[in-house]
Write a protein that binds this ligand. Sequence first.
Ligand code: GLA
Length: 694
Amino acid sequence: MPIHSSSTGWVLETRNTAYAIGINEIGLLTHRYWGARLPFVEDYPPPFKSAYFASTDGLHHFVPEEYPGYAGTKYIDPCLKVTFADEVRDVVLVYEDFKVTASSPPTLDLRLKDSFYPLHVTLHYRLHEEYDLIERWVTLENRGDEPILVERVFSAKLTLPPGADYSLTHMYGRHNDEFHMQRESLTPGLKVIESRRIIPSHRASPWFAIDRNASEENGEVWFGTLAWSGNFKITAEVTEFASTRISIGLNDWDFAWKLMPKQPFTTPASISGYTQNGFGAASQIFHDYVRDEIIPHGKIPHKILYNSWEATLFDVDEKSQSSLAKIAAQIGVELFVMDDGWFHNRNLDNAGLGDWFPDKVKFPNGIGGLIKNVNDLGMDFGLWVEPEMVNPNSDLYRAHPDWVIRFPTRTLTESRNQLILNMARADVQEYLIEALDKLLCENNIAFIKWDMNRSVSEPGWADAPGDQREIWVRYVQGLYKVWGTLRQRHPNVIWQSCASGGGRADFGILQFADQIWTSDNTEPTARLNIQEGYLQFLPANTMEAWVTDWGKELVPLEFRFHVSMCGSLGVGGNLLEWDQADHESAASCIRLYKDIRHIIQFGDQFRLISSQKNNFSAVQYLSKDQAEGVLFVFRTYIPERFNFPMIHLRGMESDALYTVEGFGQPRSGRAWMEAGLTVELKNLQSKVLRISRK
Ligand code: GLA
């Protein structure tokens, strides 16, 4: 059993790591250890003692409480902040008891309660032993008669080994430019990464990695994420006593939850891990976990899709889509997706959202004819929707203006001419379930791209049952309910999550969507960097990547394909404008991808030379049995005189013989890894080389 309890507390052991918690001499539930697994349970340090600090406000800045509520002299960043009915505004948590459930995966519940008020807090720990991950979340329960106002409730606090010499890596970006890596030293004070947009957003990702001089391959990395598709907050605090801690959970900005008697509140789960093998290993752990445990169809290879958006924009009809489909099938595409523009009155982005039935002018007989054409060509059919949105110019808005998120006295801010439906409302949820269910029942649709193209404004909810500020959470819960119901009713449909590209890329949405549309930016040299950031925490099979016409003036088609082949390959260029040579080249890249996609989608990924840091980059994928691999090498712009870097392959069996395409005689895995190889490329040239074990 990987959960040990003893007089000093609890030790949670995964394959290579351990996490320990205990109760100290003044009854405080404190963190003890998070790092490499040690031989004996007795090896783990005892709880931090409060004695030395009991009389000063240094106590909580030094002693790492496992889940601090705001109380007393805790000036640190707390996990929990509430106001009781009598206006008392702190929470004094005392340990009550624990429960271990030997299920698979096993869980530990630590139960705390307020020393005076009927507020009960349970800290949940679920161990994913094989992945070296611990999932943590919190349940609040009001066992009294009066509501309690919750103003902050994080999912976890994560304490690093004592010290203040850590670096934080996180991601920032913007629309068309997501997933930039930022690594910076943590210094005393509080660093905040957050979203206030009702989606995680392009601006920040709900992900962090902490290290002490780690590299891609070596060194300690503590990392984590929040399985949540809305406002999140990650704080990194270094106290004046060199204690470094991360908090992760729902954003408390403008948040409140009226905790009613007998109606528990459960936070989203955080998932965190530790490795001694650098950033690369941290990514691989998350890749495996997402593929195996989160996404609905993690074992099925993704089909190569064609998406019509960049070719036709809103100008879709049976004839134009069918002619694209014909060429798509010829070059080897397996799934044809019609994007925006197909539904009632949708000729531009200023009308139609909300009315999820085919436009009578463009599709007088419905979309069945197009679907049949696509199916007759041997492809599956997919469709774009944006369920959470409504245009003021739509039948839906005219019938239900009260369904949108708004403050009644403020002008509605439109973005892309659209407003957001309040997904927290039961009537909105019912409408969407019914409309989308009908679409799926009446048509042979194998794939849905679920889009979400704006951030929230005027976040009001006039007839909210509790506190209006619950909208931040109830919106996402409503979204999950609608999507979850549809998934249950149509279990074979593959869903893709899009929010103007990668605005909603998180472990929460991946419970429903098998894929994410990584970015609206499909220019290949920019895309290389966006993809590298994305792959820090999400696996390649979820990363949808189309080959389009962006950059075609300068970047060869083959390069564009190679970039997209690093994830789940798609095509999005205007095939009607591609010439015969382009079609042939596309067909040959698609044939190759079909041969290697199991390695890319299900194998291990190694970032050999970073594209975010270099204009010459390399990334390798290797099958789990180490028998087959692929090496992608890209050169963007570099002045002529350039010393090509050694590329050191990774992950291979040291003593086995491998060939690398184009490199003649087989060499040992160790030779490819230690001595390496060089690949010479011209500007804007790329190569994909297959690796095979003899
Ligand atoms: C968003 C998406 C695009 C496309 C358009 C359609 O921008 O990110 O891929 O679907 O909407 O309006």
